[in-house]
Design a protein around this ligand. Structure first.
Ligand code: PRX
Length: 646
């Protein structure tokens, strides 16, 4: 590999192949922050079809925890993602499905998408779903997950997608919190040749969800599943006789579109609520500009529909732009580690968007599999979810992109709805590891802990001044929590929970979460969730979970467990606890290490000193800091002596 450069100027080649140059980006950015309402009104006219114009472009008052965009405007998200394209694109491909097995694929035109979504919407209506009702979607990565989301949007129901990697406790908590009464699932999902029993997980979760009256089951594998005639509905049979027309519901821009649960530093996950107008505009606009999407191109985001990236950049953004979006069911390493590149070649992918963790895993396996594929169609590369280390960036740029493709490192969050910071391809230079510059209308700032804004080159806490249309509106059912979590720390500003640096050229570098949120393989996990799962086990008295640096996953999960006096430490119990977390939460949340902790370092008021636990997990024993304030400093010696050497 060549020597790593710290800055890659926008090349004339990149500029020739992209559509916004540096001067245009700067002029548009200036307008977006100097005359925001004019800017956003123009974009809203351009990107969205409205039944009725809005009364007020924006009303953003963080101190009063009020965020509203295009209020009074009427639209339907599914109409914007499907119907309005039909005049010109009925026979164009909306969705390319690439199954887990390479010989399983399908192409769905915009007309077919319309018919599927309308039938699904009619089925939901038949089951009594009305505007404003919440519907849980727990599905594999198959086209039906998109049909289900769009069907909800069509009739004004609010979807809550639960990642298919979650298991019973997580499903239950989310169904109960939003009071979902209908669940859409599949018999099983298939990933990397392995089957996951989705319907069985739902059955288990529903033992404690008495309000659920319908479970719509899509057949994916035909596996034998338990069937309850009182609840369960066979999707294919049920939609077969339903009309392929369903009038879209006219929604206010500020009506809810979906709830998506995300992990916080404390307690149960938060239901992040996004609304119809601002969210769709922001998803569509960022998809268009950040990926420089051009009509007719094949666009592939490898995320899962269960995360915000899947919502905004597999379905809503691309479909609003009339794009062809690829839905991938599998994993990067099945049948072999060349799968991403083989799929790019097979479907002539133009824009490819993935996570650094996948790149690191593939990079460690060498270049041959990349080189065997014809990647000449690929024009733009993107990353999301965690900081990309410069080595992985370099590999992506040089080996995958052959130094021809701009890389967009996109920083954003479930809460932000869409990308807030990135380098626009062909417009902003690239610095490996930096997430670049703000998107239009976005005003990042760096604050110190005391709430002072730092100017120029600085490192501190990342906040956003002012709002943007795609931002979350509330925490479902708990508006106070919205204020407390994001708006209370630096009054008048949105706090991201991330630390960041701004360099002398105004580029932003994310330094990671500053709270107890982990980023494991790009999946966001709260340490509190894993701890809650562990203490459900009868042998566990107490648990504390921290992250530690992991070469491939970014962060790994390290758990300290105090057992009940009746239980005995053993390897078998360790394995049992690991499996227990997998069963309760999902396999991706499994602790990598469990250390027995007869005591945990606590202050005299009983607060666990996580800083010390993090240092021990990171093997940084010389930096343990002051332990004199602990109720019992000797517990630290025990933990240090018995730490797990990785
Ligand atoms: O810490 C940041 C990290 O992921 C967090 C948001 O996680 P989630 O809500 O699950 O959304 C992930 C996909 C948008 C952020 O607070 N993060 C996301 N993108 C980047 C990142 N960290 C560094 N660089 C990024 N490009």
């Amino acid at each position: 590999m060549k020597e790593l450069q710290s800055r890659y100027p926008v090349s004339t080649r990149a500029q020739a192949s992209t559509h916004i140059d540096t001067a245009t980006y700067e002029a548009m950015y200036r307008q977006s922050v100097e005359q925001p309402d004019t800017f956003w009104a123009e974009q809203a006219e351009k990107f969205i079809d409205w039944y009725q114009p809005w009364e007020q472009v924006s009303k953003v008052d963080f101190k009063a925890s009020q965020v509203s965009w295009f209020a009074g405007g009427k639209l339907n998200v599914s109409y914007n993602c499907i119907d309005r394209h039909l005049a010109k694109k009925a026979n164009d491909i909306a969705v390319i499905f690439e199954g887990d097995e390479p010989d399983n694929d399908a192409k769905i035109t915009y007309q077919q998408l319309h018919d599927h979504v309308c039938r699904f919407a009619n089925l939901l209506k038949q089951r009594g779903v009305k505007k404003g009702d919440r519907v849980c979607i727990y599905m594999p990565m198959i086209p039906e997950v998109g049909y289900a989301m769009l069907a909800c949007a069509r009739i004004g129901a609010v979807h809550s997608v639960v990642f298919g990697g979650f298991s019973t406790e997580s499903i239950k908590a989310r169904v109960l919190d939003a009071d979902c009464r209908v669940i859409i699932t599949a018999d099983e999902s298939v990933r990397g040749g392995k089957r996951i029993p989705l319907k069985a997980n739902v059955d288990e979760a529903l033992k404690d969800c008495p309000n659920v009256h319908s479970v719509i089951v899509v057949e994916r594998t035909g596996a034998k599943i338990n069937w309850n005639d009182a609840l369960d509905v066979k999707y294919a049979e049920a939609v077969a006789g339903l009309p392929a027309e369903c009038e879209p519901e006219q929604m206010d821009a500020e009506d809810p579109l979906f709830v998506l649960y995300t992990s916080g530093s404390t307690g149960k996950p938060k239901g992040v609520l996004h609304t119809c107008g601002g969210y769709l505009l922001y998803a569509a606009m960022t998809h268009k500009y950040v990926f420089d999407y051009q009509d007719g191109e094949i666009y592939w985001c490898t995320a899962d529909a269960g995360w915000i990236t899947g919502h905004s950049y597999i379905f809503y953004g691309p479909l609003a732009n009339g794009a062809t979006t690829l839905v991938f069911e599998g994993v990067p390493t099945y049948p072999d580690a060349g799968r991403f590149w083989q799929v790019c070649e097979k479907h002539k992918v133009n824009v490819f968007y993935t996570a650094p963790t996948a790149l690191r895993a593939l990079m460690s396996l060498g270049d041959t599999l990349v080189e065997q594929a014809d990647l000449s169609s690929v024009r733009i590369l993107g990353t999301v979810g965690e900081p990309i280390n410069p080595e992985a960036w370099h590999w992506y740029y040089e080996i995958v992109g052959k130094e021809n493709c701009p890389i967009v490192d996109t920083w954003w969050q479930t809460e932000t709805g869409g990308i807030l910071m990135t380098s626009l391809p062909g417009a902003v230079d690239m610095k490996p590891g930096a997430t670049g510059k703000p998107f239009f209308g976005v005003q990042p700032a760096i604050f110190d802990k005391e709430g002072n804004e730092l100017e120029g080159e600085a490192e501190g806490l990342l906040v956003m001044k002012g709002g943007w249309p795609g931002q979350m509106r509330t925490v479902y059912g708990d508006h106070q929590r919205f204020y407390d979590t994001y708006l209370s720390q630096y009054p008048g500003n949105y706090f991201t929970g991330d630390g960041a640096k701004r360099d002398k050229d105004g580029f932003y570098w994310i330094t990671g979460r500053v709270d107890d949120v982990l980023n494991v393989s790009g999946h966001r996990l709260g340490t509190a969730e894993i701890e809650s799962a562990l203490v459900l086990h009868p042998a566990v008295a107490e648990a504390a979970v921290v992250g530690y640096p992991h070469d491939i996953k970014g962060q790994g999960v390290y758990a300290y467990v105090t057992l009940m006096s009746s239980a005995t430490e053993s390897d078998a119990l360790q394995a049992e606890l690991t499996e227990f977390v997998a069963k309760e939460l999902g396999r991706f949340a499994k602790p990598d290490y469990i250390q027995w902790a007869p005591g945990l370092p606590k202050t005299r008021s009983g607060k666990i000193m996580r800083r010390i636990l993090r240092k021990i997990a990171e093997n940084e024993m010389e930096n343990l800091g002051d332990t004199s304030t602990l109720a019992d400093p000797s517990v630290v010696d025990h933990l240090v002596t018995n730490r797990i050497i990785k």
